[in-house]
Design a protein around this ligand. Structure first.
Ligand code: ADP
Ligand code: MG
Length: 266
């Protein structure tokens, strides 16, 4: 596909270099660098307000939607800067999908139309049979197929919260992203749906690099291969205090603040 950074179909590495971000004069991130390895699940953890969501949105240029937002630094997808002025916004968004905290399927659209919605936005054409195959494969990958295969024409808004979130994951997958960003995707869901989504994430890591923001330390420990601990102390902008393999971060944190946070002493 012309204009898409990196090689489509291959697992991609995402690297943030020296990201500093402001809303107006309020600096919210200060020189944050992080490599999110291909095929890994990177968990961004840390207290509220330390810039995790801002960082995540910067990773697919969603940050640009806020008029007061400013940015310094680079985001490299397989070595290519997604903010390069010669690159199109739509290509960055197509390569780097996003799932939000609150499930947001198009409620009046059918389940099938929801999955296919991204194709319309990106102007991708596909035959009827190719669309049917895509709907099935994305719903399978989203862990929802068995529950909805007999009612693909029912409205997305009629599903439970956990099912709606899995529909949103399926919708993101339909445009074949190389990276999937998830901002607290289970915070609004019950424990059963949460576990189903965690299993889905682990299976997806074979084909898409995942970055997840989570407040739930057990969830970070269960699903992620790597963790980054963000902190913004007393009005200072957010920084990454520590990052590394999840097991090491939980069992042998190097910074006392990480230890306090992962053990719930914050
Ligand atoms: P987290 O996800 O870690 O809770 P956020 O990235 O949402 O943190 O917020 C980091 C800081 O940026 C906070 O001080 C927040 O108030 C500020 N902020 C976030 N979004 C906006 C925005 N659209 N406009 C102005 N300030 C914002
Ligand atoms: Mg947030």
């Amino acid at each position: 596909m012309p204009g898409v950074p990196g090689t489509p179909g291959r697992l991609a590495e995402l690297e943030a270099r020296d990201i500093t971000a402001w809303f107006g004069t309020h600096k919210v991130l200060d020189r944050v660098s992080l490599t999110m390895p291909a095929g890994g699940i990177t968990a961004l953890i840390g207290p509220s307000g330390c810039g995790k969501s801002t960082f995540l949105r910067i990773l697919n240029r969603m940050h640009e939607l806020v008029p007061s937002a400013q940015l310094a630094g680079e985001v490299l997808l397989d070595g290519e800067d997604i903010y390069d002025p010669d690159k199109r916004l739509i290509d960055a968004r197509r390569a780097i999908g996003m799932v939000f905290q609150k499930p947001n399927p198009f409620p009046a659209m059918s389940i099938r139309e929801n999955v296919l919605a991204g194709l319309k936005l990106t102007g991708t054409r596909a035959s009827r049979s190719a669309r049917d195959e895509l709907v099935e494969s994305c719903l399978r990958k989203g862990g929802l197929w068995n529950e909805v295969k007999d009612r693909l024409d029912a409205p997305g808004g009629g599903l439970s919260g956990g099912q709606q979130q899995r529909l949103c994951i399926a919708r993101s997958l339909a445009i074949k992203p190389r990276v999937l960003l998830m901002d607290e995707p289970c915070s609004a869901l019950d424990p059963t749906s949460t576990r189903v989504i965690e299993e889905t994430m682990k299976e997806l890591a074979d084909e898409v690099t995942i970055v997840i923001v989570t407040h739930n330390m057990q969830q970070a420990a269960r699903v992620s291969t790597q963790c980054a601990f963000f902190l913004a102390s007393q009005g200072t902008p957010g920084v990454i205090v520590e990052h590394g393999d999840t097991d090491a971060m939980f069992q042998n944190p190097q910074d006392p603040r990480t230890s306090d946070y992962v053990h719930g002493r914050f």
